[in-house]
Design a protein around this ligand. Structure first.
Ligand SMILES: Cc1ncc(COP(=O)(O)O)c(C=O)c1O
Length: 488
């Protein structure tokens, strides 16, 4: 076996050599996935530890398979944060799946690059079909056309570029700098919207100063009346509202903006409505949860991330667009070397900035087929039920308080000190210490946010292997941490 790797590097390698090498990688992946709960969720290492163990320079000569895979096992696998661990309850807890790994592996083998239909016929058509499957699964109407990006952050930036294209088509040719004939272009998103909206403002040259933060109600939802007033004031001041972003499932709390009301305001003002449903969008696979999305069918574009709550390995983010012509006008440029003779086929390079694109549809197709819509629905509903149950435990314990509603599978809460006169700073400090204590345990990993300026703990449930025992254990660890930190 020690000469296997040089054989692989030689051309052509035999099928037996390729199989033997890939089998070893598959064995490692299978063992890792089967023992996913055995590592501490977060590795106990410091910044620079991994780099210090890596050679400074690349190898001049081919290395053996044993050497490379041995180093993978020794240096890489134990030193990742284990997103596939059932106790990973941080950020938006997400997990891959066997089907997703298969799709990822096979797409790497094909190394397809579907920038044009001609450069990737099956990948192009599968991407269109699988996005339409997802549209049907979440019960959105026909008329939305889907494509896949790496992340929701990119999708949101593209959506704002499309909004700008619709408002001022001349920008495509003439740009924005140095022009006195353009008004300031404003974009509206709730104060709970994801930072990807801010990043898009920066990247597109719209400027953070033109991002209007819609105030939220006591459940962290954008107030549509405030949106209407802000738009009216900006219009009166000569500005041009180009886009409204509604978030269905915000990052800090999973609050749900009133998309239907925001759609009315967006339409009145001629602004593009982009719906960020990166995390919660797949929840609409469940008829019970679907009503929370009311109004998203009125959007101009919607982003949902199968790599968050649909067991698809990172990266895979689906964008559904209604006004495809405007969207494509914002990006399409066809140099001579990319011109083809295939007529009306879709060329996915027209849907964004990147030319080369990974074959992400393959893993999503395999995941949907492996679970079936019913399987995905069952997991999503199960996660929400676990979150509700944890919420009830928290509500029933006067050492803790829940600080946001739990519409999906995220629970936001904080610990309360025994001293009823504790200051806000002291309460925040207690919760920060608790988080650190909880996460040193190794069995679970929680993250935090700030709500109304106050430190808040988050338990996010989204891993297919997270079950009631995991959440019971997390609750025990949380209460033990309280006893240690609050000194009960
Ligand atoms: C609501 C929301 N939008 C967008 C994003 C960004 O997602 P991505 O990592 O795919 O860019 C996140 C990430 O958690 C999110 O919660």
């Amino acid at each position: 076996m020690s000469d296997m790797f040089p054989d692989i590097h030689d051309t052509p390698a035999s099928e037996a050599d390729i199989r033997a090498a890939l089998r070893q990688a598959a064995d490692l992946a299978a063992r890792y996935l089967a023992t996913r709960g055995e590592y501490p969720v977060i590795p106990n290492i410091a910044p620079g530890d991994v780099a210090a163990a890596l050679p400074d320079a690349p190898p001049e000569v081919p290395e053996t398979l044993e050497a490379v895979l041995g180093d993978y096992r020794r240096l890489i696998e134990p030193n990742v944060t284990h997103w596939n661990h059932p106790g990973f309850l941080a950020y938006f807890a997400i997990t891959g799946s066997t089907a997703g790994v298969m799709g990822e592996t096979l797409s790497a083998a094909l190394k397809s690059n579907a920038m044009l239909w001609k450069s990737g016929p099956a990948p192009t058509e599968l991407e269109e079909r699988v996005c339409d499957w997802l549209r049907q699964m979440v019960s959105l109407p026909t008329g939305f056309v889907g494509h896949i990006n790496d992340t929701a952050s990119i999708a949101t930036m593209l959506a704002l570029a499309a909004a700008r294209e619709r408002a001022f088509p001349s920008i495509r040719q003439d740009g924005m700098s140095g022009r006195t004939d353009l008004p300031r272009m404003t974009v509206y998103a709730s104060e709970q919207a994801h930072s990807s909206v801010d990043k898009a403002m920066v990247a597109l040259g719209l400027g953070l100063a033109q991002l209007r933060r819609i105030p939220t109600d006591d459940a962290f939802r954008a107030k549509p009346d405030a949106l209407r007033e802000m738009i009216a004031a900006d219009r009166a001041a000569g500005m041009r509202p180009i886009a409204v972003v509604a978030t269905l499932g915000t990052t800090s709390t999973t609050s749900v903006d009133p998309a239907a009301d925001m759609a009315v305001v967006a339409r009145e003002s001629g602004a593009w409505l982009h719906v960020d449903a990166a995390y919660a969008g797949p929840a609409a696979i469940s008829p019970a949860l679907r009503p929370l999305m009311r109004g998203w069918e009125l959007a101009d574009s919607i982003v949902l991330n199968p790599h968050k709550w649909m067991f698809t390995p990172v990266d895979c983010s689906v964008t559904l667009v209604r006004d495809v012509e405007t969207w494509k006008r914002a990006f399409s440029i066809t140099p001579e070397y990319l011109r083809t003779d295939v007529g009306a086929a879709t060329n996915l390079m027209d849907y964004g900035v990147q030319l080369g694109r990974r074959f992400r549809a393959l893993k999503l197709w395999m995941v949907i087929r492996a679970y079936g819509v019913s399987g995905l629905r069952t997991h999503i509903e199960r996660h929400c039920a676990l979150a509700r149950e944890l919420g009830e435990w928290i509500d029933g314990d006067d050492r803790f308080e829940r600080v946001a509603p739990t519409p999906f599978s995220l629970v936001c809460f904080r610990a309360l000190p025994q001293d009823a006169n504790a200051t806000a700073t002291e309460i925040d400090a207690l919760n920060e210490r608790m988080l650190a204590r909880i996460n040193t345990d190794g069995a679970v990993f929680l993250s935090h946010t700030k709500l109304n300026g106050r430190f808040t703990l988050r338990v996010a449930i989204g891993n297919q292997h997270t079950n009631r025992a995991t959440i019971e254990n997390a609750w025990t660890i949380i209460r033990c941490a309280y006893d240690e930190v609050a000194g009960a």
